[in-house]
Design a protein around this ligand. Structure first.
Ligand SMILES: O=P(O)(O)OC[C@H]1O[C@H](OP(=O)(O)OP(=O)(O)O)[C@H](O)[C@@H]1O
Ligand SMILES: O=C(O)c1cc(=O)[nH]c(=O)[nH]1
Length: 217
């Protein structure tokens, strides 16, 4: 089995992939989707998540990028950033969606990123907006985001557009297209047709879904 198929199988075995074309999931961007990739599920499986982190650390090391700090995106990117920071023996920070409203009022917690070359670690990229907010916060704090890594990406055009302005390389361990052949096996014909039309154009799929819901109400 090649490494990507093995990693994709872990996602399926850990129940991290949910498919429901009839009652779609709402993503953080507001888009509706028949699929939800729940990286948080991996936390419950130490052996399997170690395998994922091992591959991620290998890929980061192979890229040869010089890094001073690993910054996890809150919240789902935090545990993965902690494991990677431990393996690479690099300081870790994490970045909140917003500044904290009490305490020290920080958006970036943990290691100081000022003047540092920062690797941003996110669990999943859909539209890329969450990562963009983190890039902004690190830059405002005087840090230099040099690379973004995520465990999973949907490879959406929206994300490419979001990242284009940053000019920071963005890599992912897995793309949804790596999972697709495995996901397909467990689906009914109807669900597969929905998923296929979604994968061609997620934005159109959402629009049609909303129109159908309006027509029903
Ligand atoms: O690329 P985007 O369109 O920004 O979407 C991806 C983001 O959405 C999810 O986070 P969520 O907002 O559900 O919060 P959580 O990490 O706290 O679970 C996910 O963990 C990413 O951070
Ligand atoms: O875009 C999102 O919010 C999102 C999609 C997905 O599949 N999984 C997830 O955790 N978030």
């Amino acid at each position: 089995m090649n490494a990507k198929v093995e990693l994709a199988s872990i996602y399926i075995e850990c129940g991290a992939i949910a498919i429901d074309p009839i009652n779609p999931f709402t993503w953080s961007s507001g888009l509706r989707s028949p699929i939800y990739c729940d990286n948080r599920k991996l936390l419950g499986y130490p052996k399997e998540r170690n395998q994922i982190i091992h591959e991620l650390v290998k890929a980061i090391q192979n890229s040869g990028e010089e890094i001073d700090v690993i910054a996890g995106c809150a919240t789902a990117g935090i545990p993965h950033a902690a494991w990677v920071s431990e393996q690479l023996q690099l300081p870790m920070a994490y970045v909140r969606g917003e500044k904290k409203a009490h305490g020290r009022g920080q958006q970036i917690e943990g290691a100081d990123v000022t003047g540092k070359r920062v690797l941003v670690l996110e669990d999943l990229i859909s539209t890329g907006k969450s990562v963009a907010k983190v890039l902004e916060a690190i830059t405002e704090a005087g840090g230099k985001p040099v690379v973004v890594w995520s465990l999973m990406t949907y490879e959406l055009e929206a994300a490419q557009e979001t990242f284009a302005k940053w000019g920071v390389p963005v890599h992912s361990l897995l793309a949804f297209s790596d999972l697709y052949p495995l996901v397909k096996e467990s689906l009914s014909e109807e669900a597969f047709i929905h998923l296929q039309s979604w994968s061609k154009n997620p934005v159109t799929w959402d629009e049609v879904y909303r129109e159908n819901q309006l027509a029903k109400s």
